[in-house]
Design a protein around this ligand. Structure first.
Ligand SMILES: [Zn+2]
Length: 467
């Protein structure tokens, strides 16, 4: 109990400090008719980011009633004619009465409606995370659909879609109001047809509503999965082991609650195939039998241990490290490296070497710039962030020890509270961890800044992990 009180206090303090920073906040109402597919939203956004060349993105299926400012004055805007298109969305910008573009205000209100097709016993030829998908049971709308206003920085090609929120959602048109549930990412699901959801932590808003039930396990949930309570317990036991491994390494409690959910795709899928996506801290799957996620030995298989370890590592390396030229290195390479570290603790001992060697093979045909020469964040592409970056960290661990690497991550996370991380922070943290400056520098020369760094990393991993 003492632990629980202390923990709650810690959460409250954390939440308050988050709130004090003036993060972008979304409030208002959403009304959803699951029979007609009609969605009506009245939203207010405050503390908007300072973006010079901006667009306000909304899913192309929505029609805007009006934008207003905080004094309830209707605002001029452009984008309703010959629209700017970005992915799933149309882009709008505010203007003066002569149609000249004006700056993004600090806050605005917007009302809009749109209707989306309902798939009962029919199918589309495709489904993807950016589709607002309604079937005879549920509605699924991720942050990628832009069902709520998303701010787009055109010059930096960057989306601002993680907000704190205070939203009321109401659902009509379900056949069984007793089992109507509503979920917004970052808040516990509720068995209601109308309910208010509040998050003081910034999250991408993933909405999932309709006829389904859910299981609660101390604030972690499985939604719409038809899982037996015995299996739910086994799933959460596995999750606890992975979370504990991460908290032990990073010397910090795992604070985010996790939501696993099952949804039905609106396209016909090959029997036995599974499709998953992640809107952290939610994990959505279609075609995955939650009752077989846990194997006979009561464990997830090695791939799922590593998959969940990567995703759960975003409890630590998340929006706090999402800036600077090397943002993809901090944001994705560290969770991927942590997934190796968890796998070496929890998986079959032959598993990790196979993964590491497989990753080196994927790198062989491509050239990469050393981290010290990166000028634009997107130079760190998928292969770099999920393979090369984590392999550099694995070399680092194998050169200096897991313990020191863990220590470095702890101090990097502290530094990230105040600023965008840089390689200088990495070096400082390494020296603080007890690594000699000259040893760090020779590592840096060979595996980080050298023009041959990629082949040096590949050689190191191949030598150490080949059977
Ligand atoms: Zn990730």
């Amino acid at each position: 109990m003492k632990y629980l009180v202390g923990y709650l206090l810690f959460v409250l303090i954390t939440l308050n400090s988050f709130n004090a920073k003036g993060q972008t906040h979304l409030s208002g109402q959403v009304a959803i008719n699951l029979n007609t597919g009609l969605i009506a939203c009245d939203f207010k956004l405050i503390n908007l980011p300072n973006v010079e060349n901006y667009k306000v993105l909304l899913n192309k299926g929505f029609n805007i009633k009006h934008f207003k400012n905080e004094d309830n004055t209707t605002l001029h805007y452009n984008g309703y004619y010959a629209p700017f298109v970005q992915g799933e969305a149309l882009g709008y910008h505010f203007s003066d009465s002569k149609r000249n573009k004006i700056d993004l205000p600090r806050a605005f209100e917007v009302s809009y409606v749109g209707a989306f097709p309902k798939y009962e016993n029919e199918y589309n030829v495709f489904d993807f995370k950016g589709l607002i998908a309604i079937n005879n049971q549920t509605l699924r709308a991720t942050e990628q659909t832009k069902w709520y206003p998303v701010i787009y920085d055109v010059d930096a090609d960057k989306l601002f879609n993680s907000y704190t929120y205070d939203i009321e959602v109401s659902i009509i048109g379900t056949t069984n109001t007793d089992s109507t549930s509503i979920f917004i990412n970052g808040s516990a699901p509720k068995k209601e047809t109308k309910s208010r959801f509040v998050s003081k932590k910034q999250v991408p808003l993933f909405l999932f509503a309709g006829n389904y039930s859910f299981i609660d396990n101390n604030g972690d949930y499985i939604l719409n999965a038809d899982v037996t309570s015995q299996n739910a317990e086994l799933i959460f036991n596995n999750i606890e082991i992975i979370k504990a491994s991460l908290s032990e390494k990073l010397k910090q409690k795992f604070t985010d609650n996790i939501y696993l959910l099952n949804h039905k795709a609106v396209n016909k899928r090959r029997a036995g195939s599974s499709w998953g996506f992640n809107v952290y801290p939610s994990f959505a799957f279609t075609g995955l039998n939650f009752n077989t996620l846990v194997k006979e030995n009561k464990r997830f298989d090695d791939n799922n241990i590593r998959y969940f370890a990567h995703e759960f590592a975003h409890n630590y390396f998340s929006t706090n490290v999402n800036s600077g030229k090397l943002k993809w290195f901090w944001l994705e390479s560290f969770p991927e490296y942590l997934s190796f570290s968890v796998a070496s603790d929890l998986c079959d001992k032959e598993y990790l070497p196979k993964v590491l060697l497989f990753k080196t093979k994927r790198l062989s045909d491509k050239n990469f710039k050393p981290l010290t020469e990166i000028v634009d964040k997107d130079e760190i592409d998928d292969l770099y962030r999920y393979s090369l970056g984590p392999l550099i960290l694995q070399c680092f661990q194998d050169t200096f020890s897991k313990e020191k690497t863990n220590k470095i991550m702890v101090s990097l996370l502290k530094k990230a509270n105040r600023k965008s991380l840089t390689l200088k922070d990495f070096k400082e943290a390494a020296i603080e961890s007890g690594i000699k400056k000259s040893d760090f520098e020779s590592f840096n020369e060979k595996y980080i800044s050298s023009k041959n760094f990629k082949s040096n990393v590949i050689d190191f991993i191949t030598k150490k992990y080949s059977p």
